[in-house]
Design a protein. Structure first.
Length: 242
């Protein structure tokens, strides 16, 4: 998954959809071009059952507790599922601080290995228009200079499935509602439980609920915003040599 997504839902509707209370309503609930280090809403649980939930905000791009500064934050917006349980930057959060990141739709740019012109942006969302629940992790970091405490988060990604393969080789881990309580449980995972959780989120058909279409390259500029960024465009016919 690349580094842009959209969230087009009010805080009240978000709370209803995820059965969560709002701890922090400071986020901009309608943003069509969310970029790294933006303050975003994320959902956590307050109990081991994963039922009592809250919506808080975090800066997109995880900073591990041991980091000396935030210089690499924008490089940690995504955590690969293949290494999230082992990589030093992510493993502690994966075992103890799992979350859901609500997404109305996300943008992906076609690669040279797919079926479209490289760098063509696409908007990907649920077919029924409902909010995507993306598996994430979060962490608290204290700035050693200002002593300010900052909450940061990352989206977990996986190899692309099915219909999304012609666009890009990665996609976010999308969780159905039935898995939210287990994923959000505040119980710290023991070593033997890590693989159970990795297997749980290895869903083979999570592309089937999705739809996508090409969009304007206006989304390439993080300063651009608005509903028009996710509007479908017509692609020109492919160029041939003969």
């Amino acid at each position: 998954m690349c580094g842009r997504y959209a969230l087009n839902i009010s805080g009240e509707d978000l709370a209803l959809e995820f059965a969560a209370g709002i701890k922090d309503a400071s986020f901009t609930s309608r943003n069509w071009n969310i970029s790294p280090t933006t303050s975003i809403p994320f959902i956590t649980a307050n109990d081991s059952a994963g039922i009592d939930r809250s919506i808080s905000t975090a800066s997109w791009g995880l900073i591990p507790t041991w980091a000396k500064d935030a210089s690499r934050q924008s490089n940690a917006i995504n955590a690969r599922v293949e290494s999230v349980a082992e990589k030093p930057s992510f493993r502690a959060a994966f075992r103890a601080r799992r979350c859901l990141i609500p997404v109305s739709g996300y943008y992906e740019w076609a690669t040279e290995f797919g079926g479209y012109k490289p760098k063509q942006p696409f908007y990907i969302s649920n077919q029924d228009g409902s909010t995507l629940a993306i598996a994430g992790i979060y962490e608290s970091w204290v700035n050693p200079i200002s002593n300010q405490k900052i909450t940061t988060t990352s989206i977990i990604t996986r190899s692309a499935l099915g219909k999304l393969i012609p666009i890009h080789n990665r996609m976010p881990v999308i969780l159905p509602q039935s898995l939210w309580p287990t994923w959000l449980s505040t119980t710290q995972l023991e070593k033997g439980e890590v693989n159970d959780y990795l297997n749980m989120i290895d869903l083979p058909n999570s592309d089937q609920q999705l739809t996508f279409w090409p969009v304007s390259d206006q989304v390439n500029n993080a300063r651009n915003n608005g509903e028009q960024l996710a509007k479908a465009i017509e692609l020109p016919p492919p160029v041939t040599l003969f």
